[in-house]
Design a protein around this ligand. Sequence first.
Ligand code: AMP
Ligand code: MG
Length: 485
Amino acid sequence: MRGMAENPSPPFFVSTFSKLPESLFRAAEPKRVASPKAILLNNVLAAKIGISAQWLHSTEALHALVGNQALPEVPRIAMAYAGHQFGNFVPSLGDGRAVLLGEINGFDLHLKGSGRTAFSRGGDGRATLSAMLREYIMSEAMAALDIPTTRSLAVIGTGEGVPRERMERGAVLTRVAKSHVRVGTFQYLAARGEEATMQALVDHELAKNFPDAPEGAGRFIWFLRQVIARQATLIAKWMCVGFIHGVMNTDNMQVAGETIDYGPCAFMDAFDPQKTFSSIDHTGRYAWDKQPVIALWNLTRLAEALLPLFASETNAAITLAEAELKNFMLHFETAFEAGMAAKLGFAEIREGDADFIALTLQNMANSKADFTTFFSTLTEAVKLDNDKKIVHFFNNANAATQWLESWRKRLSSLSLNRMKTANPNFIPRNHRVEEALAAANIDDLKPLHRLLKVLSKPFEKHEGDEELALPPKPDEEVLQTFCGT
Ligand code: AMP
Ligand code: MG
């Protein structure tokens, strides 16, 4: 406890969500666990949201963040939502193993794995230590890559077993997010015909996360426009680092534009545009290159839910919604092109860049180039003026020479700075994540901390940790990720 007071005064939490109409949540009363133990505490994030390290390390925080006790003055609630899961509509999902603990300075504190709620259906409400540590690693890596994301404040071991395929250790994750309102939250209200509540929810979200929102009836279509724009940029950012979300169900798409719900997600090693990892994605629905199409599909479900707010006459509402939805692909393509151009070192977008990006990706797919090291090596090649370094990323010398010639010609307007901040050296590679989780499960946290350290500064070099940047050897490759609940 670093010589600190046992129970320093807690930060000031509020609960704005519980003031909304009651159909949006149920009271939650997590079951006490006997021996909570802090496994990871994120001091840097705590400082960012206005929580002192002293409180984070206190006994009170330990019990609050494992679900044993409520925070002073704020009710714990499980949020209601619906969702299209792999295309099938489920009208009532909700937080089956999570509770909204409270809000601080505009950030939600949400516990995941804290026990059964009114929405639990068949589940036990619990989460495994591996799955929660995995979410911690992935979300913190995304944040350091400058990609909008929910974050992880703490992982607290419950000291209890969680029965899965085998007995696993249980843990509770404290997720920090700008919002836990999802596309599925609006679908839940639409399915129940609760228009007034839907309006209140939009207004809540606008006040919390959309500072430029206009007033008046036009704010609803404006809201859709902003959500579309944020998702388009988000998906482009994912794709520029080779990230595959894995379960882009409408209940896993947050309207404030942060990546949410790290289940069987993964970063690609060898480039394959059709890549999936999730053991439950049998049809490739959520593959790397399908993500924009799926995002648009989800946003169309959001627009459908919001229709009654756009105009009283349905056809007029549809016309308004369609005019917004048709902008998604353009937004996405612009953001993706800008991101890829930065990776290639181009100071600005020029005519023909889209074709060159497509050609680059085609070459990478042909040779199954490692997505991350291709671009980090390219950055090195520019710095050292040594193109030889990247020849082996191509299928043959001819393909390499041709590509290098066009690239060098186009590089007349180089921005090395843009390149350096677009091409990370370190991503959470699956084999390294698995290695860290396996060690953590036998109480060795060293690999986990080492991995978190390099991932917190992914664009830097980390002397002595270079091996964490390397792609897996054939026998180290992880082929599937599991929902790992
Ligand atoms: P997810 O796959 O994490 O997005 O969860 C989909 C739905 O299943 C949500 O309603 C979750 O709350 C619920 N769920 C997932 N795991 C559990 C569990 N162990 N117990 C109860 N509900 C769960
Ligand atoms: Mg979910």
